[in-house]
Design a binder for this molecule. Structure first.
Ligand code: BES
Ligand code: ZN
Length: 460
């Protein structure tokens, strides 16, 4: 499938790709934090130069916030086109004191490279650039026409990419889209993802008195915003852990018995999962397995809650305000816009008139399901079997990649390959994020195989 000389080149240049990854990881391209704006730009230019060096025609497009890097190589209009999507932005690295080595000083231990962005998404994204570098350097060409779109706002919900897609819809036309921004089912069990959850993320602010009050002087006459918020948050779920917002489950697509059967065949190790998480018991809907609950059922989580005094010692106050950030992971056929509306109406309906409530929407993205019976999926399965030495399993992912729904809608492309090269225990978004160097290498081989195998399947 892959010419020997391409494989030789990939094997030979293993260290070179690792060094390049380390260089990319040294740039603290945190998209949420405006103090990192210069770093974000540095990362965008790093990608731009890298893609340019491969011989692509490449451009950096400014957006209202962070730039998008787009490039293309047209080898032969008769060949199929692949669009590669990834992101160069990363999550904030805190809590810093939990990192064994600093987040932006990549370090190699026990076969992994540790740094913020190692798996999410710099390492995974680089596998495509490395594989193309190898193919181009020894064959002088690529077996497909290639477009790349690497953005800097994924971790903040891709707020400007939707309009970018609309504007550049014609230029971005493609036969297949490949994205590696997720995981294998487990380390050593490669997977193809055919489902992503959507996301509805809101912030609730509760305003009580004008300023913090002496709780002795005013306790008994004024509503306490922290108490009010805690009571409202508690009412978001029923006693059995299901979400209490009216209509929340209305459009949830139930799993078909065959899919449940297939998911139940995945080698889940609950004992290991609990050990990894450091918990004695799992929670959730009793009628669904942990895998189903993690990927194919909707959830609601409080991501953070604050208010009042939490410093050292005791301070007797009635706080003036309190706030909470709440996210809901969505599954087909829920829509982020109506779930967010439902959340807002529910909060307003249970809020007492003794406080003022303000709710703002932070992220919204719709869930995605991808047709499994299509040639591109078969090509990807062959490519993964080649690179990882094992056939992939088919999974859904619990996380979200906000733009994927719009790829389907705006670019009208249903051939989306979600090929996670990471591992669920890579610690994405956590301290000591890492990426296995063995998987990095296997993934580069798989990407090369994917290119040749897609070309073969389109020729057939
Ligand atoms: N790489 C993740 C998406 C992901 C997470 C895929 C877990 C598979 C498993 C992506 O970078 C991410 O973190 N997305 C955010 C989106 C949000 C910030 C709008 C997410 O899912 O929380
Ligand atoms: Zn992420």
């Amino acid at each position: 499938m892959v010419p020997d000389k391409v494989l030789d080149e990939i094997n030979h240049n293993r260290k070179g790709y690792e060094e390049e990854l380390a260089e990319f990881l040294r740039i603290p391209s945190v998209s949420t934090d405006s103090t990192h704006t210069a770093d974000i730009r540095q990362a965008a230019f790093w990608v731009l130069k890298k893609v340019q060096k491969l011989g692509f025609h490449v451009e950096l497009h400014e957006t209202a916030r962070h730039p998008v890097v787009c490039g293309h190589i047209v080898n032969d209009p008769a060949l199929p086109t692949i669009l590669i999507y990834g992101h160069y932005d990363v999550q904030p690295p805190d809590p810093l004191d939990e990192w064994i080595t600093p987040p932006f000083s990549p370090s190699i231990r026990d076969g992994h490279i540790y740094a913020r962005g190692a798996t999410d998404n710099k390492g995974q994204c680089l596998t495509y650039l490395a594989a193309m570098e190898a193919m181009l350097s020894v064959t002088g060409t690529l077996p497909l026409n290639v477009k790349v779109l690497i953005e800097g706002e994924e971790e903040i919900g891709s707020p400007n990419l939707g309009s970018f897609l609309q504007e550049h819809r014609e230029d971005l036309q493609t036969d297949v889209i490949a994205i590696s921004d997720g995981s294998q089912f487990a380390s050593g069990i490669p997977a193809i993802t055919y489902g992503l959850r959507g996301l509805s993320y809101l912030e609730v602010l509760v305003q009580g008195p004008r300023f913090d009050l002496h709780s002795g002087s005013f306790g008994g006459v004024v509503a306490n915003p922290v108490q009010v918020l805690a009571e409202m948050v508690a009412r978001l779920k029923n006693n059995d852990g299901t979400v209490a917002i009216p209509g929340f489950y209305d459009h949830v697509l139930e799993l078909e018995p065959e899919e449940r059967q297939e998911l139940s065949n995945l080698p889940v190790d609950e004992v290991r999962l609990k050990k990894y998480l450091g918990v004695d018991e799992l929670v959730g809907e009793q009628d669904y397995s942990p895998v189903e609950r993690q990927t194919a059922r909707p959830t609601l989580d409080v991501n953070g809650i604050w208010g009042g005094f939490s410093g050292e010692g005791a301070k007797t106050i009635i706080p003036a305000k309190a706030g909470a950030k709440v996210s809901m992971r969505l599954v087909p056929n829920q829509r982020a816009s109506s779930i967010s509306e439902g959340f807002k109406s529910f909060i307003h309906s249970i809020a007492p008139s003794t406080v003022k409530i303000q709710i703002s929407e932070m992220h919204g993205s719709d869930p995605v399901l991808i047709e499994r019976n299509q040639p591109a999926m078969e090509a990807a399965a062959r490519a993964i079997a080649f690179g990882f030495g094992k056939k992939p399993v088919f999974i859904r992912e619990g996380g979200s990649i906000p733009i994927v729904g719009l790829f389907k809608e705006v670019l009208d492309c249903g051939s989306i390959l979600l090929l996670g090269w990471g591992s669920p225990d890579d610690g994405a978004h956590s301290p000591n994020e890492r990426f296995s160097l063995k998987d990095f290498h296997r993934a580069i081989c798989s990407v090369a195989a994917l290119f040749y195998s897609l070309e073969e399947s389109y020729r057939a």
